[in-house]
Design a protein around this ligand. Structure first.
Ligand SMILES: Cc1cc2nc3c(=O)[nH]c(=O)nc-3n(C[C@H](O)[C@H](O)[C@H](O)COP(=O)(O)OP(=O)(O)OC[C@H]3O[C@@H](n4cnc5c(N)ncnc54)[C@H](O)[C@@H]3O)c2cc1C
Length: 417
């Protein structure tokens, strides 16, 4: 090769090399741009998710914004036996329009025409399915008379459902509401605890998490008497196949046919001792719903275990007098409670659980429904003085009003009732 062609060749090589270098730089730059775009998109998606969750939270806290006002008619499209004394009712809107979404844990309020001579009976039932556009589902346990006083009548609302509501029946229903729901802004590990019929909102929560295909670790503790009183058995079975979900079943009074290890995991109630056996620590968000006795013992025990109050969310299906968590200090002492519409005044000495009970004990009839601060039927105007709600109301209440079923006076008050 002569000098000329050598020069041309090395020139071409140099040109090629610098061309390759330039091409490499372009490729690297493109890669960087793509990576930065991916990072931007991921950040954007995360932001969107957070925004969506915050929006969902705001909507859930303001039920009036997302659903209907007053009542809406629903048709019962199916009734399913879930256990010996529980039935699920599938409800489709009679107007055929889409259903607003709800947060898992919320409930519906029903106006039940139990007696044509009286005003409708108002009762709340938790939504026991995840949110869907085509139907809502509630699951109702038939309430018998209290054990020791069997001369008393059985539960009115639940027996009305079991005896008089069938496929094709229509029901008057208020929009989903309630302050007990899975925090949509939080995707950390959770512990869901349901006892007896308190399992209904827990099932909705567990089902929603599983449906979201989330990687979230979920512990579900469920407590029933035995297999006969254990609703949603198949659903539980399929939920427990989800990788992130661990189910722990307690039976307090197993039947001779119930086998430990096969049908249930623990004999006894769901209590903190059991939680400590199963959970690696107390560092979880807890959602608890169950009968009065369970709530009264479990919630304080969780606090004692060191779970911060803000990590414990609970709903008690029982009356407002169920004492759970830390109660506000109620040291009003004797004070005067005036009822302006009936022109009466009585001395409150603190022996009643609520102003509703107090009024009834004095022969004053006030409207009421769930007696647990959820349905809004006992809402009255406080025209003078102030009151405290002993638990968080399930619906938004402005400063001049109170729910008498969960309110106690802070001093002399006058109620427009
Ligand atoms: C937010 C919320 C969600 C709920 N979700 C569900 C749910 O998903 N599923 C469900 O089944 N329930 C749920 N409940 C409970 C439900 O609302 C009712 O309280 C329940 O069905 C009992 O109502 P009832 O009308 O049948 O009984 P009630 O007529 O209110 O009677 C209740 C009990 O008192 C007894 N009784 C009757 N008369 C007397 C008397 N004079 N003295 C003493 N005792 C008497 C009855 O025998 C019965 O055992 C929920 C409650 C709330 C607040």
């Amino acid at each position: 090769m002569d000098w000329q062609s050598l020069g041309m060749t090395s020139g071409a090589v140099l040109l090629g090399a610098s061309g390759l270098q330039a091409l490499g730089a372009v490729v690297v730059r493109r890669r960087r741009i793509r990576a930065s775009r991916r990072r931007y998109e991921a950040r954007h998606a995360h932001f969107d998710q957070q925004l969506q969750a915050a929006f969902q939270w705001a909507r859930a806290a303001q039920p009036a914004l997302k659903a209907w006002t007053g009542t809406r008619m629903f048709r019962v499209s199916a009734v399913v036996d879930e256990s010996v004394d529980c039935k699920s009712y599938y409800l489709t809107p009679a107007d055929g329009r889409a259903l607003p979404r709800f947060e898992p844990g919320q409930y519906l309020t029903f106006h039940l025409p139990t007696d044509p001579r009286r005003r409708s009976l108002v009762r709340c039932y938790s939504l026991s399915e995840r949110s869907r556009e085509d139907y809502y589902r509630v699951t109702v346990k038939r309430q018998g008379p209290p054990d020791l006083q069997s001369a008393l009548p059985p539960g009115q609302g639940s027996n009305f459902f079991h005896e008089r509501i069938h496929v094709g029946s229509t029901l008057e229903v208020q929009a989903p509401q309630g302050a007990f729901f899975l925090d949509p802004t939080d995707d950390g590990p959770v512990v869901l605890i349901g006892g007896g019929i308190g399992i209904t909102p827990i099932v909705s929560m567990a089902n929603s998490i599983v449906r979201q295909q989330s990687q979230r670790k979920v512990y579900v503790f469920a407590g029933f008497r035995n297999s006969r009183e254990h609703p949603f058995r198949e659903l539980f079975h399929s939920l427990s196949e989800h990788e992130g979900l661990q189910l722990d079943l307690s039976y307090s009074r197993p039947t001779p046919a119930d086998a430990l290890g096969r049908d249930y995991d623990h004999r006894g109630h769901v209590d903190v001792a059991r939680l400590r056996q199963v959970l690696p620590s107390s560092n979880f968000r807890f959602y608890v719903c169950g009968p009065a006795a369970m709530m009264e013992s479990l919630v304080p025990a969780l606090l004692e275990w060191g779970v911060p109050e803000s990590h414990i969310h609970f709903e008690a299906f029982g009356p407002a007098s169920v004492r759970v968590g830390r109660q506000p200090k109620l040291e009003a002492g004797p004070c005067e409670v005036g009822f302006s519409l009936t022109d009466q005044q009585h001395t409150w000495t603190g022996e009643h659980a609520s102003l509703l009970e107090f009024a009834e004990s004095r022969g004053i009839v006030l409207d009421s429904g769930c007696r647990a601060g959820n349905c809004g039927q006992c809402l009255v105007n406080v025209s003078k003085g102030s009151v405290t709600h002993v638990k968080k109301p399930g619906l938004p209440i402005d400063d001049n009003h109170c729910l008498t079923c969960i309110a106690v006076p802070e001093g002399d008050v006058v109620l427009e009732a």
